[in-house]
Design a binder for this molecule. Structure first.
Ligand code: NZQ
Ligand code: ZN
Length: 385
């Protein structure tokens, strides 16, 4: 096992009716700006529950944070906060609202020039406005991690940044706040959590048997509860199981001391930036392609994944790997998420376009072995068409 430090400071407040608990989590004298998306929280009662939990508090609101949150939109919130003096951010929404709020939190006190440098150049974040979260879409794990992915319209980039300063102080996970999700977003959430787990598991053996079992437990749980929670969105227990599973997939625990990949995500972000596919839609295409193209370096873990997650025990090694890839594709397809770019009208030129973007970013050493660059990304995408 590799050396690691694990410190996850986000307090999770889980369950029915727990939005009321935000009053105890937010300091009484805080000036709270509620951040949200296009308005689903106003239709499903979540916004009302948040406001009802904060009577007599100084509360403002900033809406309009879009899926794949945009720098341009977020900077409007930064200006509002600087002008009006809000000092606590309450993000109410899915991964995009949470990620966007993390950027806002880091950008408000940033004095090193254009806050875009935090994302584009890894400029140091020295402080951030405190954040609380009410999650409405189980998928990204953003409610309990230090990552955010931000897009910029003017240059067509979608890039990630991370700093422990943007961990939410607390996150309310009320499964009932997710009942209004459309099927496409539930399916996306299952695929995203599955992919987060694979990024931290499908690498090479690292003498980390507990991390392997954690990861396999998450994958098996998603297979067990994913289709059911998609079919019956108001089944509380199924949605609760899914919601907690998605948080655990990317709160840092399963990645302790093990090699991690993240090539699928890096390629996927470029595809979203270029073609506008949902985040999880890109993952459902790229992950099976990564498994196929990288079957050599990932051989041992692919065989383990096939056996322990899908029960594949017979056939030659390559036959078993083929079967594991096929089962993965079938699972994503069964949720209604496509697994080939051709199904989205994206052609073979995607290989070159992604390779060019990797080249421009100087990405030559990605993946668990640090051996994925522009050429390898293009090779992977040959299996995605
Ligand atoms: O804008 P509103 O009206 O809220 O509607 C949203 C949006 O249209 C809707 N929605 C959310 N909760 C709802 C709801 N509709 C009805 N009822 C509810 N309860 O769902 C749509 C999609 O929301 P979004 O937040 O974009 O989805 P998701 O949570 O999948 O987040 C995706 C973003 O997170 C990034 C992705 O790249 C993408 O930008 N990621 C963040 C990560 C992180 N911070 O760790 C890791 C991930 O790998 C990922 O990259
Ligand atoms: Zn993801």
């Amino acid at each position: 096992m590799q050396n690691f430090t694990f410190h996850n400071p986000t307090k999770i407040v889980f369950g029915k009716g727990q939005i009321a608990a935000i009053a105890q989590e937010i300091p009484a004298d805080a000036r709270v700006l509620v951040t949200y998306g296009a308005g689903s929280i106003k239709r499903n009662g979540v916004y009302g529950a948040v406001m009802a939990a904060l009577p007599g508090r100084a509360v403002g609101a900033f809406g309009g944070i879009e899926p794949n949150p945009k720098y341009e939109t977020l900077m409007r919130a930064v200006e509002k906060i600087r002008a009006e003096g809000w000092d606590y951010l309450l993000a109410v929404g899915g991964g995009s609202v949470l990620d966007g709020t993390k950027f806002i939190a880091a950008a408000v006190p940033f004095t090193g020039g254009d806050p875009w440098d935090i994302v584009a150049k890894g400029a140091e974040v020295k402080s951030a406005v405190p954040i609380g979260a009410v999650l409405t879409l189980p998928a990204t794990g953003s409610e309990s991690n230090a990552f955010a992915v931000i897009s910029r319209e003017s240059c067509g980039d979608k890039l990630a940044f991370s700093t422990p300063l943007v961990f939410p102080k607390f996150a309310v996970l009320d499964p009932e706040a997710t009942f209004s999700l459309p099927p496409r977003q539930v399916a996306n959430g299952v695929v995203d959590a599955f992919a987060h787990t694979l990024e931290q598991y499908l690498t090479f053996p690292a003498a980390a048997p507990l991390q392997d079992r954690f990861a396999e437990g998450i994958l098996l749980t998603l297979i067990e509860v994913g289709p059911g929670t998609l079919a019956d969105p108001t089944d509380y227990e199924a949605r609760a199981a899914f919601m907690w599973t998605a948080t655990l997939a990317l709160n840092g625990l399963i990645g302790c001391g093990v090699p991690q990949d993240w090539v699928t995500h890096m390629i996927g972000h470029e595809i979203t930036a270029m073609h506008g596919l949902d985040h999880a839609q890109t993952l459902a295409v790229v992950f099976p392609a990564v498994m196929d193209a990288r079957r050599g370096p990932k051989r041992d873990k692919l065989l383990q994944y096939g056996e322990r997650v899908w029960g594949i025990r017979s056939g030659s090694e390559d036959e078993r790997i083929d079967a594991a890839i096929a089962r993965t594709r079938e699972f994503f397809s069964s949720l209604g998420v496509k697994t080939r770019f051709s199904e989205y009208g994206i052609g073979a030129d995607v290989r070159e376009k992604v390779a060019e973007r990797f080249e421009k970013r100087g990405w030559r050493k990605l993946g668990e072995r640090g051996d994925v660059g522009p050429k390898e990304a293009s090779e992977i995408l040959a299996y995605s068409l």
